[in-house]
Design a binder for this molecule. Structure first.
Ligand code: PLP
Length: 348
């Protein structure tokens, strides 16, 4: 076996983040209230399902349920195995090999992964101070697809609405708005998908809906684009159990509302607590907070992991020097995080 067998465009792709430490996970921005409570009943019912049969190839039941939730049509939606699959479908549909996707930097690391595995080029434009979108600079670059994440991971802020709208209106090609954390923000573009011929909004059941382990994501766009992408999706990619669970989760507003309320309340308190420790949090519209450390962030994250709490270090990245990101926990989790951070900082 030789490396030349591997397609050139995928030769240098590293394995994804896969920490082996045993610790409380505050590194993946999942739901801290635990699994969505609907899952117990759904999984029990699924034991009697005729799972010898395939799922519906395009998950029609879930697309209908999403249509009802958002007041648009099932034809506006494509669902997949996590919003990660949905991002992959977008590039498979719209990006020819060698074409460029333009994205702000810093943002979600897997965005460039999906572009590269589809033999595209990934070009970035730095965010402006305050981690805001530089719409003019993005629009000046040559590229087929523009990909934005708002609220942005890992910076946690939303981009100015007018700047996003400018990009959608002025770019001659698909514009993807990744709203994986959209439920936690004051602003969203999902209700606008019929207003534009080039807007795709991606969302997930992994965060606010507390179902990361079941892998369900979706995108909304005008029906014409949705149909183009539907034809590219691998049929059956979403299994029947996950589809059923997502449909049930959409009905359980109580858990979602409690999650959103908790995050909005606790992220402010957590930010104040981080600040009091001399760590500098950036404003958050997400269920995580990015903060700058007065000490090397990689060491701080490692020492915290030794004390049983895992957060994510971004300190080696340009523009994020000595920054780390933590999920916003419950009141108790945040108190534990802050007290362990305090212990770690005391020994410096
Ligand atoms: C910005 C962003 N987009 C997409 C995803 C992928 O989500 P999913 O679990 O739906 O694949 C994540 C996961 O962390 C994310 O942070």
């Amino acid at each position: 076996m030789t490396d030349t067998w591997t397609r050139e465009t995928v030769r240098n792709i590293p394995l994804y983040y896969n920490p082996k430490v045993k610790a409380v996970r505050m590194d993946t921005s999942t739901n801290v209230l635990g699994p969505n409570p609907v899952l117990r009943d759904v999984l029990r019912e699924c034991a009697d399902m005729d799972l010898n049969q395939y799922p519906a190839p395009y998950s029609d039941g879930l697309r209908e349920a999403l249509a009802e939730t958002y007041g648009i049509s099932a034809d506006n939606f494509v669902v997949g195995n996590g919003s990660d699959e949905v991002l992959d479908i977008i590039f498979k549909t719209y990006m020819n090999p060698g074409e460029t996707v333009i994205s702000p930097y810093p943002s979600y690391s897997l965005h460039s992964f999906f572009v590269k595995i589809n033999a595209g080029r990934f070009d970035t434009v730095d965010l402006k101070p305050g981690f805001q979108l530089d719409a003019d600079a993005l629009l000046k670059r040559e590229g087929k697809v523009i990909l934005l994440c708002t609220p942005n991971n890992p910076t946690a802020n939303t981009f100015d609405r007018r700047a996003v709208e400018q990009v959608i209106k002025e770019h001659d090609g698909p514009v993807v708005v990744d709203e994986a954390y959209g439920e936690f923000a004051d602003d969203s573009f999902i209700s606008r998908v019929n207003d534009f011929e080039n807007l795709i909004v991606t969302r997930t059941f992994s965060k606010a809906y507390g179902m990361a382990g079941l892998r369900v994501g979706y995108m909304a766009s005008n029906p014409k684009m949705a149909n183009q992408m539907q034809r590219v999706k691998i049929p059956y990619s979403l299994n029947r159990i996950s589809e059923r669970a997502a449909m049930a989760a959409l009905q359980n507003r109580e858990y979602i509302d409690a999650t959103i309320e908790l995050v909005r309340r606790e992220r402010e308190k957590l930010s104040r607590g981080l600040n009091a420790l001399g760590l500098k949090p950036f404003p958050s519209q997400s269920n995580f907070v990015l903060f700058k450390c007065p000490v090397p962030s990689s060491e701080l994250v490692a020492k915290l992991a030794d004390r049983g709490v895992l957060i994510r270090d971004f300190g080696k990245l340009r523009l994020l020097e000595d920054c780390a990101r933590t999920t916003v926990g419950t009141e108790e989790l945040n108190a534990m995080l802050l007290s362990r951070l305090e212990e770690v900082l005391e020994t410096w």
